[in-house]
Ligand binder design. Structure first.
Ligand code: NAD
Length: 384
């Protein structure tokens, strides 16, 4: 092993949360701390996390449990610390703009969970500030790094589909109300006043998934609803679920491709994975989840005939072929962290920056608007 050239110090805010802890600290940064970050030329750079949060006891416990030397509850001080290279934010969405603004103003590189802001104006302002500050900014676009979507992207690149016609996405599962069984997601997700809502949460993912697989989203028509109006929080207290828990969207993509994506925390799963995307084209179709992907070529396409009087005799699911990974695909969050940190060291833009994040926030806002007004809305280009 070569000697580390430098140590990258990363202030990680929100590590006591679900995403901050599991995906970013445990699955990404701690393994990188242990192995070092390997650069394109084979050298290794040391990675050192600093845990940041509001609760000293919980941070001290986490630090002790994982052998992390530094932690603090003083966000302003860590942002002002000249030895810190990167500020990372996985706090609740409503706290993000303030923290990212301070970090960018202090000249830190920033990496952040999505959505970057609750409003489009704020998301665009963040992107503009990052660009003017000349820092390297990145936003989590984890789904594009998942094995299932990597395979789907490969099929697109190889021309497997012929002319792509449409994509349909199905995302969701039953999130318990919290009275009988505890809810498996934080309660702020179900309160609009706390930055919750499935449209705000998921449309920013769908925007980069559609951009990453098919092209720019040009128009949206959506219906967003709150199917379950009452839930129970972490303390067992009843509250009004003011945010949408389902969003039914139709997206028009450059080149005439139509995508339809259902997102819901009020459905039960009869699928192989919690999210699945099907792309249909003139020459083939494929269905991908987070991990797996199956395809069916034109030559192998059956010819069903609609006849409700007869039982289905074909096993449609068996007519698809598995698409192999042909590589070891690591955790998607970790892969993106590695790419982002290499960009930081090379001082080059990360391919998923705050402008891409702003387009995600824009799509969510337009989706909510489309639903409230009952209309189809075109997606204007954001210019910084
Ligand atoms: N990329 C993804 O797939 C994905 C998935 C889920 C959530 N997220 C995003 O990650 C962020 C965190 O989500 P989560 O599910 O980990 O939430 P969480 O509630 O589990 O964690 C929130 C974190 O923010 C901190 N926090 C700071 N101020 C707070 C406040 N006033 N109230 C409550 N908590 C506060 C908490 O201490 C905790 O560390 C959100 O912005 C969310 O949109 C991304």
């Amino acid at each position: 092993m070569t000697t580390p050239r430098k140590t990258l110090r990363i202030a990680m805010n929100g590590v006591t949360g679900r995403m901050g802890y599991r995906q970013h600290l445990v699955r990404s940064i701690l393994p990188l701390r242990d192995s070092g970050l390997v650069l394109e030329d084979g050298t290794r750079v040391a990675v050192e996390p600093i845990l940041v949060g509001r609760n000293a006891d919980r941070l001290a416990d986490l630090a002790a449990q994982h052998g992390v030397e530094h932690w603090t509850t003083d966000t302003a001080a860590v942002i002002a610390d000249p030895t810190v290279d990167v500020y990372f934010d996985a706090q609740v969405t409503s706290r993000r703009v303030e923290a990212l603004t301070a970090a960018i103003k202090a000249g830190k590189h920033v990496y952040t969970e999505k959505p970057t802001a609750e409003t489009l104006v704020e998301a665009v302002e963040l992107a503009r500030m990052a660009e003017n500050a000349g820092i390297v900014a990145g936003v989590v676009h984890d789904k594009l790094y998942l094995p299932g979507l990597v395979k789907l992207r490969r099929l697109v690149d190889e021309g497997f589909f012929g002319r792509i016609l449409s994509m349909r996405g199905e995302f969701g599962y039953w999130v318990f109300e919290g009275d009988g069984q505890a809810a498996q997601r934080p309660s702020w997700n179900y309160r609009a006043e706390d930055g919750g809502g499935i449209t705000v949460d998921m449309f920013c993912h769908w925007n980069y998934v559609m951009e990453g697989l098919l092209g720019k989203v040009e128009a949206v028509t959506a219906k967003t609803v709150t199917h379950i109006p009452t839930r129970w929080d972490e303390a067992g207290k009843e509250y009004a679920a003011t945010a949408d828990d389902a969003a039914y969207g139709i997206f028009e993509i450059a080149g005439g491709v139509i995508a339809q994506i259902n997102s819901s925390w009020a459905v039960r799963v009869h699928r192989d994975e919690l999210v699945e995307f099907q792309i249909d084209g003139t020459h083939g179709s494929a269905v991908a989840g987070l991990r797996n992907c199956v395809g069916q070529q034109r030559a192998h396409t059956p010819k069903p005939v609609w006849n409700p009087d007869l039982p289905a005799t074909e096993k449609f699911r068996d007519q698809w072929l598995d698409v192999p990974a042909n590589a070891e695909l690591d955790n998607g969050f970790k892969l993106q962290w590695e790419e982002y940190l290499r960009d930081v060291l090379a001082e080059r833009p990360h391919r998923f920056g705050l402008l891409s994040a702003a387009r995600g926030v824009q799509l969510a806002q337009l989706g909510l608007d489309s639903s409230a007004r009952g209309v189809r809305l075109e997606v204007p280009e954001i210019v910084l």
